[in-house]
Write a protein that binds this ligand. Sequence first.
Ligand code: UDP
Ligand code: MG
Length: 333
Amino acid sequence: MEKASLISVIVPCYNEEEVLPLFYAEITKISAQMTDKHPNLRFEYLFIDDGSKDHTLRDLRALAVKDERVRFISFSRNFGKEAGIYAGLQNAKGDYCVVMDADLQHPPSFLPVMYEAVLSGEYDCATTRRVSRKGESKVRSWFARLFYRIMNKISQTEIVDGAQDFRFMTRQMVDAVLSMSEYNRFSKGIFSWVGFRVKYLEYENVERAAGTTAWSFWGLFRYSIEGIIGFSTAPLSIAVVLGLISCLIAVFIVIFTIVKTLAFGESVDGFPTLMCSIFFLGGLQLFCTGILGIYLSKTYLEVKHRPIYLVRETEKNMPAPPEAAAEQASEQA
Ligand code: UDP
Ligand code: MG
């Protein structure tokens, strides 16, 4: 007989009031199918409200009242999806944890297959890999591909193209992820860094069920820089390489000038060349100092040891729903 186990479904939500009911309907349907097949399986749904500005929190409160499997953590402001994932993993009680988006882009129908893969004992983690980027703009896909190419060239941590944060993990792997308590979190890198045996399930990109993505192009760009800085120190070597190259060029110029002066005598022209070199070298130096600066700023944020997220409300300290409050008031009167 299978031992009793709890699956924690962790869902970071930022302004997801439109998809939340759809997601809840879908996940409860799939859970019911899974518990039918494995009667010893239990579920908890841990929603992380990442400082939503719409009615996400109100809807989560209602769900928590209606369904005891629903738990939620509401942040004091928007801390970003990475913080949401961390908070979810930290507070999940499950023997298995699965992280998924609220917008149904991570189809809950994958859960049974993921569970079976991990249950077989052959894998510690099951995740999905997009094999197409259907529904995404060409420019965005191109930049995404470029990012993976660069990242995998310069970093020891391999990040599979199309890999996602949709992960079904054993408690052991969750604890490993939690042991990486860094402030600058890049989950794709962290999941890959911890290792373990990962099963990749391939699937076609699904579009958002409703609502809009919170990611702008600029946001994604910053996120990719975060990934590169967090998991590679190669950019720091750029200064060394460029410095060496410009030294070599200088040696050639010295030799060329000596030979030219000896052969043709000295002349004092060359002002444009001088200006070009000053601007070129000045630019290079600023560029390299900039790279140093980025690493320094990340280190600065890291050594401050600021909390990764702050909680304002959970299902344990939520205000009573309006009807219950009204009843209480009438009882007291
Ligand atoms: N999300 C979040 N905090 C944020 C931005 C997004 O918790 O600051 C959540 C969002 O609610 C969703 C998931 O992260 O469940 C993925 O976000 P989105 O669908 O906007 O990103 P995309 O699918 O385009 O990568
Ligand atoms: Mg999405």
